[in-house]
Ligand binder design. Sequence first.
Ligand SMILES: Nc1nc2c(c(=O)[nH]1)N[C@H]1C(S)=C(S)[C@@H](COP(=O)(O)OP(=O)(O)OC[C@H]3O[C@@H](n4cnc5c(=O)[nH]c(N)nc54)[C@H](O)[C@@H]3O)O[C@H]1N2
Ligand SMILES: Nc1nc2c(c(=O)[nH]1)N[C@H]1C(S)=C(S)[C@@H](COP(=O)(O)OP(=O)(O)OC[C@H]3O[C@@H](n4cnc5c(=O)[nH]c(N)nc54)[C@H](O)[C@@H]3O)O[C@H]1N2
Ligand code: SF4
Ligand SMILES: [Mo]
Length: 730
Amino acid sequence: MIETKIGICKICPANCPLEVTIEDGRATKVAGDRQSPIYGGYTCPKGRALPEAHYDPKRLLHSQKRRPDGTYEEIPTAQAIEEIADRLKAIIARDGVEAVAVYPGNGGVANPLNPLMGAMFTMSLGNYPDKFFSVQTIDQPGKVVAQALHGRWDAGPNPFHSAETWMLVGANPVISKMGLPINPGQTIKQAVKNGMKLIVVDPRKTESSAHAFLNLQPQPGQDPTLLAGMLHIILNEGLYDVGFVSDSTRGLEALKRHVAVFTPAHVAEVAGVPEADLLLAARTFASAKSGCVVTGTGPHFALHGTLVEYLALCINTICGRWQRAGETNGHPHVLLPEVETRAQAKAPYKPWDDSKRNRLDTLPVTIMGGATGTLADEILTPGKGQVRALICSGSNPMVSLPDQVRTEKALKSLELLVSLDVEMSNTARLADYIIPDKMVLETPAVTQFTESMKYYGTWTQGYEVPYGMYAPALVDPPEGSDVIEIWQFYYELCRLMGLQLAYYVNSAGYGQHWDKPPVAVPLPTDKRPTTEEMFEIMCTGSRVPLSEVKQHIHGKLFDELDNIILPRDPANDGWLELADEFMMKELEQVGEKRGDTAQPDVDYPILMTPRRMNEVLNSIGRTNPKLGGKHPFNPAYLSPEDLTRYGVQTGDLIRIRSRHGEVVGVATAEPGLRPGTLSMAHCFGNNPAEQADPRGQGASSSRLLSADADFDPLFGQPKMGAVPVSISAA
Ligand SMILES: Nc1nc2c(c(=O)[nH]1)N[C@H]1C(S)=C(S)[C@@H](COP(=O)(O)OP(=O)(O)OC[C@H]3O[C@@H](n4cnc5c(=O)[nH]c(N)nc54)[C@H](O)[C@@H]3O)O[C@H]1N2
Ligand SMILES: Nc1nc2c(c(=O)[nH]1)N[C@H]1C(S)=C(S)[C@@H](COP(=O)(O)OP(=O)(O)OC[C@H]3O[C@@H](n4cnc5c(=O)[nH]c(N)nc54)[C@H](O)[C@@H]3O)O[C@H]1N2
Ligand code: SF4
Ligand SMILES: [Mo]
């Protein structure tokens, strides 16, 4: 029997609606849903390769247990979870709950129930936040921290669809979908056609800059200097929104003083951009009536991520780029709870506790949980609180953490490593137990998580229109399989360990900036809820009931909802802070050191920078026969000038050395890349103990990174960009 069903891709938070062809219970083809009211039938190659992922012969369909000789045997999943629970209980009885940690990753997002579950498990255990290591602390935690220090504008920024200008700083949404999740290529093209002046700051000419008005290509890592320079120009030339600044902010004079040294001439020289372009960017952005500066992983990974985000927020604020009373809310709720949206600020707060340091005494404890960049050291450093057991749910630390050699040593030294995955990933290959998860099309879907992305950073994610969609599970897991969903795994673990698991519902916000604070709902212990029942719990109190959203199989624009922004509450005493003391101190150092600490030199003349590839999501899709066939490895992109300089050609193997490590990659010319830059995707390569395979598995950029010294001093984002390297033919 052949049928067509409508589903939702959940590989990334773009949550594209899908038309899935199902033959005799098996998904055979995936295309975009042309009847979607907002996506225009868009999908990317990863979504279209879902059938190949589900029925890949390499997919794990049974739990695996490691034998003493390192080989694996199949065991029933229920038995595996019982054994894991017993081993955890023994470790806890001896060393306390601090010995157990979780690391939830991107593979878990494939079911919207999962992202919270790792955190809820550690809360039940009683070691949250210290032993909750998530991708958030290696993925731009500066976005949350900077917003805490700046304050939050309740009504959010100007929406993209009607903005006169937009500035992408090291973000490439056409590939990553971050910041602009809905059909980003067409969305940008249309906006530019409508007159938007798009400014892109990126050492590459990117897929997103194809329609840009201006492409500034600075030296990697110099974004704080560049953004401080823009502030200098806007303030000096009086191009800012005087009314908004005097009504809603504090710290203008102090900010002016701190950006005074960032003159156009200084910035042009340090960041390596033409002074005229810098002036044009600042004047264009500030003299438009609407727009937003949005940052991405590029600048965040070059060590000053919080500062970059903070300066971007300051530019948006002095230009008054926040929505006002009477306007239509550009980030309305549908599956999040009903909240009053007012044109007012929530005051800044300090998102860390001075009296609490992490166990290694290297970082303060912040609202983001444990700093994942320190995970290897949390495992390797003996003493009270040493991590002895780690649960990786949908994560792949062997390729995603800095310093792969150290990560391998740490993971191998654990008493218990559990990996919840769908394949024998780099991490699963070291695990004591591997628990197979259901895949995207085997679980229901709902767009609430995408909607909530507006709370992660500068609000430019999620939906700009009141849109909601639900889709049921479309296919069963392959016959004879013994798979379990991540949330169910944590539920069963709690049951066996005698812990009460709860789930946070009906909330909107992050950190201490809540539009609606969460309510913990204890889950029944006598009977495991079904996934559909959990969806009901997850959507408790949603503005539009889940039952209503379910009526519209192609998703619906709930235009009938009232989305007008209300004026400031007379009792509101919030403000936006332009000169936070920690940020200004860091800016002073950036000024004194003439930019970042990472400068190319004679020995390491090239700066390695991160980038995303369209066919994979970090390591997800690397082994998919449909996707991997085209790009089995991660190319080492260099400018044609640099290839000539090193006497290599596209396809040649090159040795890439940093002060910390070395890998062999495949040189590939990228016209338009700033000379002196190596642009390379992460989460590739084999493990150190395995045979290198640069043209097959690719190269691990993590081996070039040090997990020692290079951390953001506040919250521990490890330095993963602007890393000095040398290149030679291999
Ligand atoms: N050098 C360098 N390092 C980086 C970055 C960088 O730019 N450069 N980026 C950082 C960032 S932003 C992030 S978010 C992290 C990513 O860090 P991780 O989340 O640790 O890495 P992923 O590769 O996304 O891991 C996803 C895992 O989930 C598995 N998986 C796929 N589908 C499913 C599923 O349906 N269920 C389950 N249970 N598992 C599934 C995959 O096989 C894979 O092992 O990496 C960080 N590390
Ligand atoms: N197709 C695909 N989509 C993904 C992912 C994926 O792997 N593949 N990963 C997902 C994840 S985990 C995340 S966190 C997001 C990330 O989403 P984005 O932040 O948009 O990531 P990128 O697409 O790598 O864009 C980052 C850009 O920064 C540039 N850059 C590098 N260094 C610097 C610098 O020092 N300064 C400036 N100004 N720019 C710099 C790079 O050239 C690149 O174009 O994407 C998500 N979506
Ligand atoms: S992976 Fe591709 S198809 Fe799937 S949600 Fe993201 S952008 Fe859409
Ligand atoms: Mo990420």
